[in-house]
Design a binder for this molecule. Structure first.
Ligand code: PLP
Length: 478
């Protein structure tokens, strides 16, 4: 076939209509089947080499007449987030309407960096970030943006902190003083990574110890700050975790805010996972003081049900957002200095950017805030219930009472407790009937669930414990 015809076929609306209908049918069948849990494992785990070999062989096969079979194969070999036994990492089972909006944005593919390439998505981005800023308790002259993930959003926030607080213009002149940030030792590793990318090195990441509930010991901030000063470090920011990743513990944001005010430091809140609780009257007490932050990160792909990636970074002061990236790109926008909300690329790391605002906006317009609130409350309530269930069973123990929807616990093996909990989790992974993860807390291994699926029930959690209790009985090591 001549290439021109191939292109015509690939762009044919009729082919698209047929393939899209087929895919939607396949996905609807899939979603129905993962909700009948007895029929399906949640994770079809295979070793990496085995999966690589499978796809290498697939890649050698003749071209497909119809991609449906391939779609099906991809589904079957993936981890099933809509399965009620999915309780592993903090990625949400996406809202189906948001996933459909993803198809819409993929077809439109407006690149967003400049207004002309994001006539709809730039205004929608302003609307959804203004909405979130209000929920966070910020008033009107805030500035928000959407970017590709919490990792990039935290780096962007720290770049803004540097622009605001460093004594020299690092963007123009390079780094001359020894900049540093203060953060709890339980913070997400991306903070450490961001500080290193910014040239602060390990000395520039001052880790504040945590208390027995894994929260930053804010009473130590002053002495760590003074010690850093004596070593010639220039602390620019304190980062609060809301919540931290391993345990779901929320730092005391009020106290961090007060400390930052006293020393004129930037106060950044990493609310990638838990910042979303501002949408719940019942749980927003967990982030009291968040409105005093200079910047806040919230991942929509965690507690807010959006497909990955979709992250908000909100600045309390509008101007801060425009100081982060200061270089000129004449062909994109004529005046770098002006605050043009509608040219997305001025404030984000990305040049071309996904139309993430679309999915959030469509979801809000269709279901309202109530859906987000329901998700947060169902997941948090369920974590508290799971903690009660664990506490009531003598062979299990909690690492700590959960504040968020993350629960860390372990089986009380009388000896070799770490190794045996690791083995238990590995057996569960290979079995595939539940998906949970593990974490290290003060040198000990704990099993960890993030309750991300609102269709997970108490019955599923009881079944999880029973499954593992059965597995313990069969462990030869035990
Ligand atoms: C998940 C998470 C991150 C990283 O966000 P990504 O969207 O995965 O890049 C950062 N901080 C916290 C507290 C998180 O939970």
């Amino acid at each position: 076939m001549p290439d021109y015809q191939l292109l015509q076929q690939a762009f044919s609306p009729e082919n698209f209509r047929r393939q899209a209908h087929q895919l939607v049918d396949v996905l609807a069948e899939y979603l129905a089947s993962v909700q009948k849990i007895e029929e399906k494992t949640v994770i079809p785990f295979r070793e990496p080499e085995q999966n690589l070999r499978y796809w290498q062989e697939d890649f050698q096969k003749p071209l497909l007449e119809d991609p449906t079979e391939l779609f099906q194969d991809i589904i079957n070999r993936s981890t099933h987030l809509h399965h009620s036994h999915y309780m592993g990492h903090q990625v949400t089972p996406p809202l189906l309407l948001a996933a459909l909006s993803g198809m819409l944005s993929d077809v439109l593919n407006n690149g967003m960096a400049v207004y002309e390439m994001g006539l709809v998505s730039n205004p929608l981005e302003k609307i959804v970030t203004d909405w979130l800023a209000k929920k966070l308790g910020f008033d009107n002259d805030t500035s928000g943006l959407l970017t590709s993930g919490g990792t990039l959003a935290n780096l962007t926030a720290l770049l803004a902190a540097r622009a605001a607080k460093a004594s020299t213009d690092v963007w123009e002149e390079g780094s001359t003083d020894n900049l540093a940030v203060m953060v709890s030792e339980e913070a997400h590793y991306c903070i450490d990574r961001a500080a290193r990318i910014m040239g602060m090195g390990s000395k520039g990441i001052i880790k504040i110890p945590v208390n027995e509930r894994y929260q930053m010991r804010t009473e130590l901030l002053e002495s760590y700050f003074q010690a850093a000063h004596q070593q010639g470090l220039h602390v620019i920011a304190v980062i609060g975790s809301a919540c931290s990743t391993s345990t779901g513990a929320y730092d005391n944001l009020e106290e961090i805010a007060t400390f930052c005010q006293q020393h004129q430091l930037w106060f950044h809140t990493d609310g990638a996972h838990g910042g979303a609780v501002v949408l719940s009257e019942k749980y927003k007490y967990l982030v009291k003081g968040i409105e005093k932050s200079d910047s806040v990160v919230v991942d929509f792909h965690k507690m807010l049900m959006m497909p990955a990636l979709s992250t908000a970074l909100i600045f309390r002061n509008e101007t801060d957002a425009y100081h982060t990236f200061q270089q000129k790109a004449q062909y994109l926008w004529s005046n770098q200095q002006s605050m043009e909300w509608y040219n997305s690329g001025k404030r984000t790391f990305e040049c071309t950017k996904l139309m993430m605002s679309l999915k959030i906006y469509v979801s809000l317009r269709t279901y309202g805030e109530a859906l987000f609130r329901a998700n947060i409350e169902v997941l948090h309530d369920l974590a508290r219930r799971f903690a009660e269930i664990i506490t009531a069973r003598s062979q299990w123990e909690l690492a700590l009472q959960p504040e968020s929807n993350i629960v860390c616990f372990r089986y009380c093996f009388p000896q070799q407790i770490n190794v045996l909990n690791q083995q238990l989790r590995k057996r569960l992974l290979e079995d595939g009937s539940f998906y949970i993860v593990q974490t290290m807390l003060r040198g000990d291994t704990f099993l960890r669930v993030s309750l991300m699926n609102p269709l997970t029930s108490e019955t599923d959690l009881l079944a999880l414990l029973e499954k593992m209790e059965e597995m313990v009985k069969k462990m030869p090591e035990y």
